[in-house]
Ligand binder design. Structure first.
Ligand SMILES: [Zn+2]
Ligand SMILES: [Zn+2]
Length: 252
């Protein structure tokens, strides 16, 4: 079984475990921890680091934060940072064409990560660049071991930590990823003329709690700019988080 198939199986199990866990151990107060995990794993680990930093190199980040955010991204369950970034570069390169790793035209198959190129499409240059980073290589090699170790430890302390801190954020992040990959390449408005079908979608950004990547047409037009919003009502909370952590002694 390939690592990508293992990842999809794990995401499926985490969905069931998260849903069943919430029913058995329902506790609204714990949802605050779920929200904190979304900020740590999805916004900082996935969006700020894997997407805007690793794939697009849109700002500078110190070594400690690089390592921290790469580690946090593991628990978003989108795969290793090297895999995420190198696939995403190809999404921009071939966006909405026959070589797009996850074309919106494939609908539910793209939503559920079932398109064949999602697994196979990697930017070779990006893989080579990121393989220079020993920490990223370590994470890629031990991705599942790290994940299971942390989940086992959390479950032994309190099963609700596994459910609310680690499983529910994955369910939410996976749903949001489908919204961006499918909805934001089909429905919405375009602020810029691009060679793809990317759209800006305010409702999608509400679902994403202001993540910002739902202003997808703006992002596809200017992938090297870390602040994705262009108009006053286009809220990009992740860009504000990046402002807290990015190195300001170098121009972006
Ligand atoms: Zn896109
Ligand atoms: Zn991008």
């Amino acid at each position: 079984m390939s690592d990508f198939s293992k990842l999809r199986l794990l995401i499926l199990i985490v969905h069931f475990a998260g849903m069943a866990g919430v029913i058995v151990y329902w506790s609204p107060a714990w949802l605050v921890l779920t929200l904190i995990s979304v900020v740590l794993f999805t916004w900082l680990g996935q969006e700020a680091y894997c997407h805007r930093y690793l794939a697009h190199r849109s700002y500078e980040l110190g070594h400690v934060w690089q390592k921290t955010f790469a580690f946090l991204s593991i628990f978003n369950l989108f795969g290793s940072p090297i895999g995420i970034a190198s696939t995403h570069v190809n999404h921009h390169r071939y966006s909405d064409g026959p070589s797009d790793p996850h074309p919106a035209s494939a609908g539910w198959r793209t939503w559920l990560w079932l398109t064949p190129r999602f697994e196979q499409s990697r930017s070779v240059g990006t893989v080579k660049r990121l393989m220079q980073d020993e920490w990223l290589v370590f994470i890629q090699r031990h991705y599942f071991r790290i994940y299971f170790s942390v989940i086992c430890a959390a479950s032994l302390i309190d099963i609700r930590i596994a459910i609310y801190v680690f499983f529910l954020p994955v369910v939410y992040a996976f749903f949001c990823n489908g919204v961006v990959n499918v909805i934001c390449h089909r429905y919405g408005y375009q602020s810029f003329q691009t060679n793809d079908d990317s759209k800006n979608n305010l409702i999608a950004n509400l679902i994403l709690l202001g993540n910002g990547v739902a202003f997808h047409n703006t992002h596809h037009a200017h992938p090297g700019v870390y602040r994705i919003s262009g108009r006053w009502y286009e809220i990009d909370v992740v860009a504000s988080l990046i402002d807290l952590f990015r190195r300001k002694d170098r121009p972006n």
